[in-house]
Design a protein around this ligand. Sequence first.
Ligand SMILES: CC(C)(COP(=O)(O)OP(=O)(O)OC[C@H]1O[C@@H](n2cnc3c(N)ncnc32)[C@H](O)[C@@H]1OP(=O)(O)O)[C@@H](O)C(=O)NCCC(=O)NCCS
Length: 144
Amino acid sequence: MIRIAEIKAEETYPIRKSVLRDGMTLSHEMNADHDADTLHLGLFDKDQLVCVGSFMKASNAGFKGLQFQLRGMGSSIGSQGKGYGKALLTNAEQILKDRGVDLIWCNARVVALDFYSKLGYTSIGNLFEVDQVGPHFVMFKNLK
Ligand SMILES: CC(C)(COP(=O)(O)OP(=O)(O)OC[C@H]1O[C@@H](n2cnc3c(N)ncnc32)[C@H](O)[C@@H]1OP(=O)(O)O)[C@@H](O)C(=O)NCCC(=O)NCCS
């Protein structure tokens, strides 16, 4: 039984730490974690939190309208490739669309490009390097 729910920033931290910050000195906490309009979503399988993603109001100069940035997208080790990420992101898009958001963008790790592409995200601009994490592209999806 799968359920997707809004969760607190702190609930995202174990998955962020293990999946996105393993072996790095970068903090798993993010500046906008506790902003009033930040949305943290979690996907639970049999009441176990297996996938998280956070959506934060942040404008990228390349885009117009009300924009949210997806950060901290991860499915726990052993839970990847089971459709959880897709379900969570699709659910988030609907929530944000209902809140009047025009566009979601993210700094996508190159290893995850196909995940986002399959969900309708487009890459834009040049490849760039994030210290400790590796190569990224900006990717976006219009919600309207
Ligand atoms: C990338 C990630 C969030 C995707 O979540 P997931 O739960 O594993 O993805 P899903 O099972 O919902 O996959 C949805 C589709 O994307 C594909 N996909 C998922 N991860 C992929 C990857 N890293 N590379 C290529 N394709 C991928 C799946 O094969 C699936 O394709 P299908 O619909 O044709 O079957 C997850 O694998 C993860 O946490 N990876 C490590 C951390 C990371 O890189 N996060 C992204 C930071 S930008």
